[in-house]
Design a protein around this ligand. Structure first.
Ligand SMILES: Nc1nc2c(ncn2[C@@H]2O[C@H](COP(=O)(O)OP(=O)(O)O)[C@@H](O)[C@H]2O)c(=O)[nH]1
Ligand SMILES: [Mg+2]
Length: 288
């Protein structure tokens, strides 16, 4: 059985409606995408929702991505007219750069239109005298929203976890800078534009694993890896790189993923490979 990577969660429309409301409250939208697949992990709907806002595209987890690919992506987005930068959300320094950028932009944006700014702040229930910038973080599941918010806020104010959907509650966080951050990120779901794009989301853990066969997922990953980054599987596991299935079996055997009678335990081998990729133990690999 092969995986349906374009499976689409039914609660997406509801999440989007909630986000439309939240977006009205903010000046700045920080859209997190995964630096390893910045197109597949973005949501085209946001472009429209972000109209009239400052919209910053943050290529997160860049510490796990191929640095050359990330450099090219940042250039690609900037050439397209987007505000884009690459970060590692666990690094305070990186997150501070984002805040510096958005604060400066918000000042520029609203300098000549104080009336508009004040009206917007008042409508959002804020005090225009303070000129605090209101910020919201958005992104698809597992892209690092909670981690980014934690680092941004400088304390454990948002839950983080490896599974999609652990974030709850809603509140503003007053930042040291005086800016206000919505503590609940906007969760975006994306209908993959193609089978390939869905597969990348699955590799990254942004599709619900419960709806996927991990064996198939890992096999698809191994096939991709053999093509895109030849040598990385042999370097990590000390196996010969042949075809997808044989290589996966070799990895299973090397790592002792065996059932009774020496039969390869595909599920364990698959879990191990996917886990190694998701934690960048195969090196810095970009999917796009
Ligand atoms: N290496 C690395 N890991 C990250 C980064 N941002 C998030 N993570 C990890 O990615 C996983 C998902 O992060 P989380 O913040 O829960 O994602 P959310 O679902 O978007 O809120 C967690 O294991 C984080 O530790 C990053 O910039 N670099
Ligand atoms: Mg979260």
């Amino acid at each position: 059985m092969s995986n349906n990577y374009q499976w689409f969660p039914g609660h997406m429309a509801k999440a989007l409606r909630a986000m439309r409301e939240d977006i009205k409250l903010v000046d700045v939208l920080i859209e997190l995408v995964d630096a390893r697949a910045p197109l597949s992990t973005g949501n085209p709907v946001l472009q429209e929702l972000a109209e009239g806002k400052i919209h910053i595209k943050v290529l997160n987890k860049s510490d796990m991505a191929d640095p050359e690919a990330t450099k090219r992506w940042v250039t690609f987005f900037r050439d397209r007219g987007d505000l884009a930068l690459a970060v590692d959300s666990k690094r305070k320094q990186d997150v501070t750069t984002v805040e510096t950028m958005l604060t400066r932009l918000a000042r520029d944006e609203f300098k000549e239109s104080d009336a508009r700014f004040e009206a917007a702040v008042r409508a959002a229930g804020g005090d225009p005298g303070k000129r605090n910038v209101r910020i919201m973080v958005t992104g698809i599941p597992n892209v690092g929203k909670s981690t980014f918010i934690n680092t941004f806020a400088g304390k454990a104010s948002a839950k983080t976890g490896n599974k999609p959907g652990v974030t709850r509650g809603k509140q503003w966080i007053r930042l040291k800078s005086g800016n206000d951050l919505l503590d609940t990120p906007g969760v975006l779901y994306v209908k993959p534009l193609s089978e390939e794009s869905g597969m990348r989301l699955a590799f990254l853990g942004s599709l619900n694993d419960n709806n996927l066969s991990v064996d198939e997922l890992a096999l698809d990953f191994v096939k991709w890896c053999l093509e895109a980054y030849p040598g990385s599987l042999s370097a990590k596991y000390g196996v010969e790189e042949t075809d997808g299935l044989e290589t996966m079996e070799a990895i299973g055997a090397k790592r002792g993923c065996l059932k009774k009678g020496g039969i390869i335990d595909y599920e364990r081998a698959a879990g191990l490979i996917i886990d190694d990729f998701r934690n960048a133990r195969l090196g810095r690999l970009s999917l796009e």
